[in-house]
Design a protein around this ligand. Structure first.
Ligand code: IMP
Ligand code: ZN
Length: 348
């Protein structure tokens, strides 16, 4: 991890809505995983992009392959889930929506259901241990696995939504955006929506996905991940922007991930500014805090220093994220109260 953020940003109560579990593993936890599986010969440079380094999205996806080899048993998943939640809590995150792709591993006997149930168990244990963070889970569909697996994943998510006592709240569509076409996933996404799962979809993460974005926006999603190439200044279109605004769909924006992953040329060119100036709901997120060596407090500080946001504006940004979450009404209300009670110590 790079230099920790200043205390205002660390103390700021925060909402994290876009965090992939296996992309969020810290160096310390990675150390532990590597020592459990020395035969894999994994070096830290294979799983994290440090300060000043950049990788293409394709190279970043290589890192996930390596990480998945390190996290392939129930024991690993429980340890990783608890560590990641603990780190977000230590960074001042009060509400977290974690997402992860159910994975089976024939070698270790892990099934997709066991995978998700283990993450849910990690979430429960953190709550029982009194961690000051509320956590919900989004089941992820990896577009590389095609529409049939997507449909199976939706069925699993539906089951778990019912049995997890409100922990599973939604579905994510992610994975290498260059692979497959969004139209193939519409039936599965529609089914998820119909059964009450909220949809958080990676959208226009790369250029030239206008047609796909147009189609997926008709669902519509409840939140958009990245949306980097939606607006006309970067080859998107006014009609896409109009649709997103009309339906008031919040954007999950991940500055470091986009700059280090080379989809945005520099921080000051990040599309945060475009949408923020329109007054559109924007939520700062980390995406993969482990792979991109960041923390949510750092993302807030980066946005403030890059776009000249006052502390008051930063506060409002973090507070407004509550309404963009998939938390049920009473929890949103409780979080809003929490922000009010924490304010004096943040602005002290
Ligand atoms: P996991 O789902 O917990 O295993 O987290 C890693 C997975 O998240 C990757 O294999 C991708 O499918 C997905 N992912 C992480 N970051 C990104 C991104 O920036 N774009 C699209 N998919 C991503
Ligand atoms: Zn993502």
């Amino acid at each position: 991890m790079e230099k920790p953020a200043d205390s205002f940003y660390r103390q700021l109560p925060k909402v994290e809505l876009h965090a992939h579990l296996n992309g969020s593993i810290s160096v310390a936890t990675m150390e532990n995983l590597i020592s459990r599986k020395p035969h894999l010969n994994v070096q830290h440079s294979m799983t994290a992009i440090h300060k000043g380094q950049h990788r293409t999205l394709g190279q970043a996806f290589q890192a996930f392959k390596v990480i998945h080899q390190l996290v392939d048993t129930e024991e690993d998943i429980l340890m990783v889930a608890k560590a990641v939640i603990g780190e977000f809590a230590a960074d001042g995150v009060k509400y977290l929506e974690l997402r992860s792709t159910p994975r089976e591993e024939t070698k270790t006997g892990l099934t997709k259901r066991m995978y998700v149930e283990t993450v849910i168990e990690g979430i429960r244990q953190c709550k029982q241990e009194g961690l000051d963070i509320e956590v919900r889970f989004l089941v992820a569909v990896d577009r590389r696995n095609g529409p049939q697996v997507a449909m199976e994943t939706v069925k699993l998510a539906e089951d778990l939504m019912v049995s997890s006592d409100g922990v599973v709240v939604g579905l994510d569509l992610s994975g290498d955006p260059k692979v497959g076409h969004g139209k193939d996933f519409v039936p599965a996404l529609q089914k998820a929506k119909n059964c009450g799962l909220k949809l958080a979809l990676h959208l226009s993460e790369i250029p030239s996905q206008k047609e796909e974005s147009e189609l997926l926006l008709t669902l519509p999603p409840d939140r958009i991940g990245h949306g980097t190439f939606l607006h006309p200044e970067v080859g998107g279109s006014q009609s896409l922007v109009d649709k997103v605004r009309e339906k008031n769909i919040p954007l999950e924006l991940c500055l470091t991930s986009n700059v280090k992953g080379l989809s945005v040329p520099s921080y000051d060119k990040h599309h945060f500014l475009y949408w923020y100036q329109l007054g559109h709901p924007c939520v700062l997120c980390t995406d993969d805090k482990g792979v991109f060596s960041t923390e949510l407090s750092q993302e807030y500080q980066l946005a403030a220093s890059t776009f000249g946001l006052s502390q008051e504006a930063v506060w409002t940004l973090s507070q407004q994220a509550i309404s963009c979450s998939f938390a049920p009404g009473p929890l949103k209300e409780a979080l809003s109260q929490r922000w009010v009670s924490l304010r004096p110590q943040v602005f002290r």
